[in-house]
Design a protein around this ligand. Sequence first.
Ligand SMILES: Cc1cc2nc3c(=O)[nH]c(=O)nc-3n(C[C@H](O)[C@H](O)[C@H](O)COP(=O)(O)OP(=O)(O)OC[C@H]3O[C@@H](n4cnc5c(N)ncnc54)[C@H](O)[C@@H]3O)c2cc1C
Length: 552
Amino acid sequence: MLKEQILKLKLQGDIEDSAEVLEKYSHDASLFEVKPEIIVYPKNVEDIKKLVVFTAEQKKLGGASANISLTPRSAGTDMSGGPLNDSIILDFTRYFNHIIEVGGNFAITEPGVFYRDFEKETLKKNLLLPPYPASREICSVGGMFANNSAGEKTLTAGKVEDYVLEFSAVLADGNQYDFKPLSSAELKAKIAQNNFEGEFYKNIFNLINENYAAIKTAKPAVSKNSAGYFLWNVYDKEGDIFDLSKLFVGSQGTLGIITKIKYRLVKPDTQSEMLVVFMRNFNNLSEVVNEILKFKPESFESYDDKTLELALKYLPELIKIIKPKNILKLGFSFLPEAGMVLTGGFPKLILMAEFTGNDSAEIHKRVLTAQEAIAKFGLRTMISDHEDSQKYCTIRRESFSLLRNHIRGRRTAPFIDDIIVRPEFLPEFLPKVNALIDQYKKYLTYTIAGHVGNGNFHIIPLMDFKDPKSREIIAKLSDEVYDLVLQYKGSITAEHNDGLIRTPYLKQMYGAEIYGLFEKTKNIFDPQNIFNPRKKVGTTIEYALEHMVKTS
Ligand SMILES: Cc1cc2nc3c(=O)[nH]c(=O)nc-3n(C[C@H](O)[C@H](O)[C@H](O)COP(=O)(O)OP(=O)(O)OC[C@H]3O[C@@H](n4cnc5c(N)ncnc54)[C@H](O)[C@@H]3O)c2cc1C
């Protein structure tokens, strides 16, 4: 029925609804399973406009038609259930996959371009979009926008929200709009328009202006956040800037469908060296981290003993990913780690601080000084050149995939996968998190990897989903861990976003008043709930639990 109706729209793009295709689109990298009705591959903006108008008309009819919705999807690597839904899914990787222009310090792109292809083009002009995620080989630039992604360079380079110059989106009235930062005079002109654009500018400006103090106070006191709608970043009164990109970035396709993005790009540094620190326990962790931060590493990452164990176990696979110039040299470079395993001295946490610049002598001096500065803690340290350090970066980036691909009978369960607190709280916070998880160690094993410089950790347990107890534990442990995160004034997600897994916790994180403003925000842009329902607002923990996978 829905298929016949969509066929009548005579879209230029394709439609698919075979059992195999629906099965594929029922999943992303999260622990959810939600079966869509039909997949549309829009070929152009006109296709998207027609679908929005159609969906709006259907919703007005009420009854079963009221449940029709549009959920955008790019590469489908989301870990929160963001691109999953039960109605129409729009895949952007088939046709919206063109880089329109790479300029002197920017690129204009369609959302379905894979980051790996995007980077190849920008590097031809010696330009980079630095907040690429660990999933850089498999994700798209549109998904990065919609999740406000971040990665290993975020410590100094910021998140995707810091790189969006302009964007275009099809909104709930079926028209495409172009967005860029506005001065108050430009905003006034928009508000004066007697149309949908004038209406949404007026309403969102009033909402932010009238609740300005409460909204500014609600901003989480951490360096990265992807939870909720980032209302606090939109209106800069002092700077006279009103920028809706700050609201749409990270909104997971719930306010409209992104069709084009203009990203700011930067020139990457040419030289790097890495200081690797092996921590036997969490003692002095914040002192070590803060000491190293003084020397301004570009990135500061970490992974735990369980990740290292996996990496050593599956070394041949890692070597294939690293593609070293000299395999033998790479194999030998793991000797110190193998030695630690054999002598039973497995490090609890491995810290990797990467120092970059264009002057290798200056970098080397900085790394040496940082190494000397932490000598007082008596830790084992190592300095790696750019080539050698790739093994550490790869272990960190691939930790989640290693788990997903190799542990049979249990499945990765990302649900407390992206917590963040300020780094100074880590020595207190990490053992408490470990203790909470260890209550359930009969039912799960887990690895911890993350961005220690930001205080952001990815904890990915492995669980048996055939055991109904797993769902019970997920609900309990989420409550316990998020309570702890909020005690330390952190965020429940630094970069992976809310989706189905964290939307139910947004009220707990921000309180009823701010959550109410999120609901109003959704209503201003999408009063009929056309776009990606149940994300950011309007879902329950029960819905999430019901839609978790049932097999491992
Ligand atoms: C192994 C692994 C490692 C990861 N590491 C990181 C990491 O380091 N940092 C990080 O931030 N994330 C990470 N992720 C999560 C994920 O890969 C990123 O958030 C990524 O940017 C999502 O891109 P995608 O193209 O796969 O988006 P999708 O999964 O397709 O979609 C993500 C969200 O964007 C919305 N969306 C997609 N296209 C559009 C559009 N055209 N208009 C509006 N909304 C749209 C979807 O509805 C969905 O809500 C990781 C995932 C995996 C599997």
